[in-house]
Write a protein that binds this ligand. Structure first.
Ligand code: SF4
Ligand code: FES
Length: 149
């Protein structure tokens, strides 16, 4: 497992978990001043407003990027009242996108991760099971249209 990276600027702290990134490049396209892999310190949250950084990270499909605004509590998957709700969405020719309050457990029932967002492999080619690592593009995975409920 690679270590989780942390990048702090006044008013915001950004973390990046390389173990679950699916290399969609959404962050790079959304806010290139902040996210640029050609730089050694590839996340520079001070290069945009906190709101812009937060909005770009909210578009990260895998949950690899997260943020905490100064003075706010750490994000939690607990819903008010203890209610648990998550959605799982198929993506065209790509992973299953999970969002909401959920826990991902391994075969023995141990918790792998408990976060608000994850991209799970459904092509079988990932090297980071159960997470998508972007390999679906390399192998040319083609999804079938899901039947309507
Ligand atoms: S999964 Fe998130 S962190 Fe990884 S490239 Fe896409 S937007 Fe960036
Ligand atoms: S769906 Fe992305 S690597 Fe399998």
């Amino acid at each position: 497992m690679k270590r989780v990276q942390s990048y702090t600027a006044p008013g915001i702290r950004v973390t990046f978990d390389p173990n679950v990134c699916i290399h969609s490049a959404v962050c790079l396209k959304s806010l290139p001043a902040v996210f640029d892999v050609r730089r050694r310190r590839w996340v520079q949250p001070e290069a945009a407003s906190e709101a812009e950084v937060a909005a770009a990270i909210d578009r990260c499909p895998s949950g690899a990027l997260k943020y905490v605004l100064a003075g706010r509590a750490e994000p939690t998957t607990e819903q008010p009242g203890g209610e648990s709700k998550a959605t799982i969405r198929t993506s065209t020719n790509g992973p299953l996108l999970v969002e909401g309050a959920f826990e991902l457990l391994d075969e023995s029932g141990s918790r792998i991760v408990s976060i608000g967002r994850a991209a799970l492999c459904r092509c079988g080619a990932t090297a980071k099971q159960p997470f998508c690592d972007g390999s679906h593009q390399r192998v040319g995975f083609r999804s079938k249209k899901s039947p309507a409920a």
